[in-house]
Design a protein around this ligand. Structure first.
Ligand SMILES: Cc1cc2nc3c(=O)[nH]c(=O)nc-3n(C[C@H](O)[C@H](O)[C@H](O)COP(=O)(O)OP(=O)(O)OC[C@H]3O[C@@H](n4cnc5c(N)ncnc54)[C@H](O)[C@@H]3O)c2cc1C
Length: 646
């Protein structure tokens, strides 16, 4: 058990050291968790610059021409990705969307990048994953953030011209916790090269890529008699000797995605291909993922927006019990929720993109909120749309067409989109990131007092004084009424009340979070269910702000069109119900019952219910289970044993 805790502590310490610790620019969400609803950061809702819009419009048209030749239905059925699509996209420069013009790219703003991914996400999610894995997390992004001029000159023009890149972080034994990776990069004797050894799993674009960002362990540092693990990042040419595609992975959706298990055996990489300094690897990986996180939400918004017209057609033309099904209240609720959700997703995505473009806001929380909110929402809505389509929601497009009915890609989109909640940081990990950042102020002020680190410089007295100075003004301020001067001209009474609710509720959120922290102290970290309520409240308040700012902007442009305010109002009403429910569950819950039953389940105490079942594999395949233990790593099996016994 001690070993178990030590391993966990080491992983946490490493993840913590890879975090951005400074808040150089304001973050709407971070401020909100401190009780400060910074409406001034959301309103007036940003507008895309007309010249930038023209660039985006033109590129969307060019992309449309390429995509019209691409058949996503055939791709879904055969799993064969057409090379012509990649060639066509490369020709119009789509592999250089985020690479600056200086290096031969299109130098798109984040806003236009999101528009492009949204557009492609409404048509073929395999293609959008290809394109976004290349630029959101593949070689362009870490080089843009951390590369030297020489590295940029060497690699970016090749990538802008269409060479595909991949991002190799995950390994068979490490996913959400990459700090424990085992791939190694050992310097050669003369220091001119590194030899990479290890295996990387689920590398999107890996089988087709020419260049890959690979995270690997370099020799550890010795500090104060302690060994400090170093993870570093390299650009690897996939044609180098020793790079081997062991297996092409296939999935429940995203058929035809180029994805593989890749083995590196003594792959010789020039030392100058290291991005950043030794030991910066995890920070580079996490920062790359932070910045890249806005791509997936944009694509998932497009997926839903593309279904508005087909679903409208379906719910008005399908008549059951004498009326169109859209008029049965159970269906009305789903389709009304769908359009309100799309409005909210768009409002959130473009606001976060404008923060990223202006480069005067810290977007790590907003990007995590966007990834979490958009992928969870699109998954829920797509599942509801399968329901709205009834039996047709379960039938394939081709089958529908072959018997003479209009196909709608609802179930293909649902299968393709499901992985959005898992890759580039799972929803649970987004919760952890947001919870950690939400408590950052308190961590900085209180943790050095509660859990002093060895070698901590500040005296206890000065720590107490700093905490006192902050809390003596901050805490009473949470009981002061919030300002109601929102400087809005068009929002109706209901929406203005939503705004006032959001402002006062962010104070309530900060109070409740603080009280909970005072109650649990450092143990709060283990109260994930409790923390998730705070995160959910925070996300909903942020999205309420986005919806209201967006509605005000659209009304300002066209006061006669009340549709934006209807959508914002409906979305905010739903959010307020959820928020009140979360506050209730912070106070009254049965979280300890979950812990108890889950522990018993892990010990096999409920296996009696597994009688009269067939087992997971047909008899013919039973030896598969013996040949492939669920945990490949023996150290992990021991830890699992220890934690079940404890
Ligand atoms: C189609 C596809 C494409 C991918 N592309 C790439 C790629 O290009 N490059 C790359 O490096 N990786 C890629 N991945 C890997 C992906 O990023 C990982 O699947 C993801 O990070 C989760 O890791 P895991 O699957 O090992 O799950 P695990 O880490 O084993 O987690 C299993 C479950 O436990 C939860 N969990 C884990 N830790 C915690 C915790 N501390 N608290 C609460 N819950 C927790 C997770 O959220 C998840 O629900 C891809 C995966 C897929 C399926």
């Amino acid at each position: 058990m001690a070993e178990n805790n030590a391993a966990k502590d080491a992983a946490m310490e490493m993840a913590e050291s890879a975090r951005e610790t400074e808040w150089k620019f304001p973050s709407f969400t971070a401020e909100m968790f401190r009780g400060n609803f910074r409406w001034d950061l959301l309103h007036p809702y940003p507008e895309q610059d007309p010249e930038d819009k023209r660039i985006g419009d033109e590129l969307i048209e060019k992309t449309r021409e390429v995509m019209e030749q691409h058949d996503p239905i055939l791709l879904d059925e055969t799993g064969v990705f057409p090379q012509a699509t990649l060639d066509g996209l490369a020709k119009i420069g789509l592999f250089g969307m985020k690479i600056s013009k200086e290096y031969g790219g299109l130098g798109l703003t984040q806003w236009n990048y999101a528009r492009l991914l949204r557009f492609m996400g409404s048509y073929c999610q395999t293609t959008v994953t290809y394109v976004s894995a290349h630029q959101s997390i593949g070689v362009p992004q870490p080089l843009k953030l951390f590369g030297t001029k020489e590295q940029k000159q060497k690699f970016l023009p090749r990538l802008a011209a269409g060479e595909i890149s991949a991002f190799a972080l995950t390994e068979p034994d490490v996913g959400s916790d990459p700090a424990k990776m085992s791939t190694s990069a050992t310097p050669t004797e003369d220091g001119s090269h590194y030899l990479i050894n290890g295996t990387k799993l689920w590398c999107t674009n890996g089988p087709d890529s020419k260049l890959m960002v690979v995270m690997a362990q370099t020799p550890p540092l010795q500090k104060n008699g302690k060994e400090i693990k170093q993870i570093s990042t390299f650009v690897v040419e996939t044609e180098s000797e020793g790079v081997e595609l062991l297996h092409r992975c296939n999935f429940m959706g995203l058929h035809g995605l180029s994805n593989g298990l890749i083995k590196f055996t003594n792959v010789k990489v020039p030392a100058e291909n290291m991005i950043g300094k030794p030991g910066m690897g995890l920070k580079i990986a996490l920062t790359t993922l932070n910045a890249g996180r806005l791509g997936i939400p944009a694509a998932s918004t497009g997926t839903l927006a593309g279904l508005i017209e087909p679903i409208q057609d379906w719910v008005t033309s399908r008549v059951q019990w004498g009326v169109p099904i859209g008029r049965h209240q159970s269906i009305s609720k789903k389709i009304a929720g769908m359009v309100a959700d799309i409005f909210a997703m768009d409002a959130l995505v473009y606001l976060a993109c404008s923060f990223a473009d202006r480069a005067n806001a810290d977007i790590r929380l907003e990007a995590a909120a966007a990834k979490y909110f958009c992928t969870e929402t699109s998954h829920r809505v797509l599942d509801e749309l399968i329901q709205v389509r009834g039996g047709r929601g379960f039938e394939t497009d081709t089958s529908l067409y072959n018997r003479g009915e209009r196909p709608m890609p609802v179930n293909r989109f649902a299968r393709d989109g499901r992985v959005g909640r898992i890759f580039e940081g799972s929803s649970e990990v987004m919760h952890l990131i947001m919870a950690r950042e939400a408590m950052d102020t308190h961590f900085k002020l209180v943790m050095p007092l509660m859990m002093p680190k060895p070698g901590q410089k500040e005296s206890k007295l000065s720590l107490i004084w700093n905490a006192f100075k902050f809390y003596s003004t901050w805490y009473p301020s949470l009981y002061m009424p919030s300002s109601t001067d929102f400087n809005v001209k068009h929002l109706d009474g209901a929406c203005q009340e939503h705004l006032a609710y959001a402002a006062r509720t962010s104070k309530r959120l900060a109070r409740s979070l603080f009280h909970t922290m005072a109650k649990f102290g450092p143990k709060l970290e283990f109260e994930q269910i409790l923390l998730s309520h705070f995160v959910e409240i925070g996300v909903d308040l942020f999205v309420m702000g986005c919806c209201l700012a967006k509605a005000e902007q659209l009304l300002d442009k066209n006061p006669k069109d009340k549709t934006p305010v209807e959508l914002a109002d409906l979305w905010c009403k739903g959010a307020r119900e959820r928020i009140e429910d979360h506050f209730r569950k912070v106070k009254h819950n049965h979280n300890s019952d979950y812990n108890k039953v889950a522990k018993a389940m892990m010990e096999g105490k409920y296996n009696w219910m597994a009688s009269d079942v067939f087992g997971d594999l047909p008899p013919k395949y039973r030896d598969w289970a013996q040949k492939t233990p669920s945990l490949a790593n023996s150290e992990d099996r021991e830890l699992q044993q220890a934690s079940t016994e404890s």
